[in-house]
Write a protein that binds this ligand. Sequence first.
Ligand code: SAH
Length: 334
Amino acid sequence: MPVSEYMALCLGHPRYGYYTSRDPIGAAGDFTTSPEVSQMFGEMIGLWLASVWCAAGRPGGVRLVELGPGRGTLMSDALRAAGPFGLPQAAELWFVETSPVLRAAQGERHPSAQWAERLEDVPGGPMLLVANEFVDALPIRQFIASPEGWRERMIGLRDGHLAWGLSPVLEGGPTAPAGTWTERSQAAEALADEINRRLQSGIGAALLIDYGYTAPRPAGWTLQALRAHAPTDPLERPGEADLTWLVDFAALARRFGELEVQLSDQGAFLAALGIGTRAQQLASAAPAHADNVADALERLTAANRMGTLFKALAVRSADLAPTPGFAVLETAPT
Ligand code: SAH
């Protein structure tokens, strides 16, 4: 089977799927995400959401959508930060989540939320969308150029064990030196198309934050498996390890076509939104926790931590000004 089918089964099988059957997030789980590192992450996103909503004229009934909300932590922190602006009262909260385990965790924190299986099922209208570490869980296909042409990387059985293989040569495709690799997520492309469609027909914006790259491209295929906070073989214990890839943000940005896209490293994005000031505030409010706050700030923003490995991408409807948090590349008029 193609890698995409393997990923979809491992992560989403109704009974044995990784996300279907457990809450994998946190110290006792397999990986820790930014909202679980510190409340400051969700708070900065709350300020971003409130700012975009105010710039949009504070539309009532705005769909506040989160894709893959995990434990609902990001949204709790974001709504608290956005509270003084009036966004929580005006918004209709929608979670796109397939895992029943995580839906239950989200419901405890957000009793008024509504759930959808896919973004397509969320009603239209003004929309503010956010997703952290969602795109990297969508299935990818992997291709490699061989001397005879392009082949797809496959997974099958050899002597009763899962093993890697290659498909027969595929028709077409650009000519490329042998060994050239590429990854493609049709699910991520479909998601971008759906966001695009909604922002073409209604006011709003979307913020996608994920583990990924723009340039240079990584040296090889990016599929990885994580179990108990350590890398593991993706073919070992299917459904018991998290499977992710590094999102190609340059390709994702191109998919939005005519809409304007803003891109940044996570560290610079959070800094521009004021995470440094917030850290000082929290540290002086509770000096006993000052070290924890400093650690969290460093983990979320430092270049050798999550600061550059993670990227933020914003896309907005044509009638909106650029969203906050992204460095302006043009020189300001003097
Ligand atoms: N955003 C959260 C959780 C990230 S983990 C955080 O930052 O902590 C990925 C999340 O996406 C989980 O909630 C998982 O159940 C959900 N998810 C993964 N694949 C999905 C899919 N295809 N459709 C909907 N939700 C999915």
